[in-house]
Ligand binder design. Structure first.
Ligand SMILES: C[S@@+](CC[C@H](N)C(=O)[O-])C[C@H]1O[C@@H](n2cnc3c(N)ncnc32)[C@H](O)[C@@H]1O
Length: 229
């Protein structure tokens, strides 16, 4: 017996029609999401041009990371702070390319997103509680919700900072930005991995570019890096 035939009060024809439209909307949703994402990325590129003029835009994240790491190496020791580490891909890239004069601090629950983001459900991007296998006296992971772990580090160091925001979510990104903004100094680098996303853009526009002096170091299809002046 088909599912709609089990309902006594509503006619089969009405239920069939409802299921039909529900499936149409589902299919439309699946079609619209990639289109919406494409439009967001295009809008981001237009916003970059309108806001900053001609800047370097890289096709992939690692090219932008090379620029960031190269800039850090040029100007002495660096402390990298990565907010949102997941499986440690970016962490490994930094560790393998940053030379010898650096410290790294990565913050994550390693249990995935604490709430849904875009099409990703709560718990997506989980490393099942495991910190990445990146040994070294200069490498530190801070496991837990950022609300609980941010106090583990004193950001008031005069050593140059490279701050990478990659929590995806608005609330922890804003909380972290507000916590350490008073410690941002000239030559520090601030990188937003989801600059294309309208929520993260709110933080960039209202809390960063309104308030600070910076040069744009470069952008990618999704991310944006600033050098503090
Ligand atoms: C996009 S992933 C990070 C990817 C990583 N930066 C890379 O490039 O390899 C986002 C991570 O943020 C973490 N995260 C999100 N909100 C958090 C919060 N409030 N506290 C701690 N970690 C959080 C998630 O667990 C997830 O692993």
């Amino acid at each position: 017996m088909a599912r709609w035939e089990k309902h006594g009060t509503t006619s089969n024809a009405t239920l069939k029609l409802l299921y039909y439209w529900a499936n149409i909307f589902k299919a439309l949703g699946n079609l619209i999401y990639p289109l919406k994402s494409l439009l967001e990325v295009i809008e981001y590129q237009v916003w970059l041009k309108k806001t900053f003029g001609e800047i370097t835009i890289f096709k992939n994240k690692n090219d932008l990371l090379d620029l960031i790491i190269g800039q850090c190496k040029k100007s002495g020791p660096t402390i990298y702070y990565e907010f949102g580490v997941a499986f440690g891909e970016t962490a490994a890239y930094i560790v393998n390319n940053a030379g010898s004069n650096f410290e790294y601090h990565g913050f994550d629950t390693f249990e995935g997103l604490p709430k849904a983001w875009r099409r990703l459900p709560k718990g997506a991007i989980t490393n099942h509680g495991k910190v990445p296998n990146l040994p070294g006296d200069n490498i530190h992971f801070h496991k837990g919700l950022i609300q609980d772990t941010i106090g583990e580090v004193n950001f008031d160091s005069t050593t140059k900072k490279c701050v990478l925001f990659d929590f995806d979510l608005y609330e922890p990104t804003l909380l972290t930005f507000k916590h350490l903004e008073k410690n941002l100094r000239p030559v520090d680098i601030v990188y937003f991995d989801e600059a294309f996303d309208s929520d993260e853009r709110v933080i960039i526009e209202n809390y960063f570019i309104e308030k600070y002096k910076y040069d744009v170091l470069g952008a990618s299809v999704f991310g944006l890096a600033f050098l503090m002046k």
